[in-house]
Design a binder for this molecule. Structure first.
Ligand SMILES: [Zn+2]
Length: 236
């Protein structure tokens, strides 16, 4: 009997444990965090999320600074599910030059909009998700520095994708390149508005490969800032 009672207690405890595990958890409240970089503040639900974004901001800044591109204006980053506003386009993050605000999807929401071909494992998903913070913060810095120019969206995306891709581990970069099997980047045609919309991942890979050609690199980014690079017009 005692044994039975103990068994029943064990079963009851197990049921309770499972029930508690399945109870919906209350959404964590947003908090604001200041990065070590005083120009960046982050609103998100956890310190670890904020730390990750601050780290990506540092990497984006360091990459662009190495090319002589630095920004001084503050940037506010918010992790939010509410990225509505552009009908029909699923996006994982955005930057608004008017308000200098970056919005990023939380990880779980990001997985829903990401391409299965790219995010093959949760670990890859984490890395890709983090890289989006670098992409959007790169937009913020480059927009500040190029405010005197009327650059096409493709020019901004070229820079942001180069920065984003640079934050990925080299084996993942290699893997993505091999899967894409892209032809050589010989001109700017592949950086048209149409290509950006049709296959942004391909656009990103091509940008990174183009950037790393010996004649390009930081000099190419400086030529963009000098108004000397002519990306294909939006109608192409
Ligand atoms: Zn972008």
């Amino acid at each position: 009997m005692f044994r039975l009672d103990r068994s029943l207690l064990a079963i009851a405890a197990a049921v309770l444990t499972v029930t508690i595990a399945l109870l919906p958890t209350r959404a964590a409240a947003d908090e604001s965090w200041q990065c070590a970089d005083p120009r960046i503040d982050v609103t998100t639900t956890s310190e670890s999320s904020a730390a990750l974004i601050c780290g990506q901001a540092d990497r984006a800044r360091a990459f662009l600074a190495a090319c002589g591109i630095e920004g001084s204006h503050p940037l506010s980053v918010r992790v939010t599910r509410d990225l509505s506003g552009t009908v029909g386009i699923r996006k994982a993050g955005d930057f608004d030059p008017a308000t200098r605000k970056v919005r990023l999807l939380p990880f779980i929401a990001y997985l829903r909009v990401s391409k299965a071909a790219t995010v093959t494992t949760p670990a890859v998903g984490r890395v890709m998700h983090a890289s989006i913070a670098a992409h959007e913060i790169a937009h913020g810095i480059f927009h500040e520095r190029s405010a005197h120019l009327d650059l096409p969206e493709t020019a901004h995306e070229y820079v942001a994708y180069v920065v984003q891709f640079s934050t990925l581990p080299s084996d993942l970069q290699q893997n993505l390149m091999e899967k894409a099997q892209l032809p050589a980047v010989t001109n700017l045609f592949m950086f048209s508005f149409f290509m950006l919309r049709a296959d942004p991942e391909r656009f990103a890979l091509n940008a990174y490969r183009h950037f790393h050609q010996p004649e390009n690199g930081c000099a190419f980014l400086q030529r963009i800032l000098g108004g000397k690079v002519h990306f294909p017009p939006p109608s192409d």
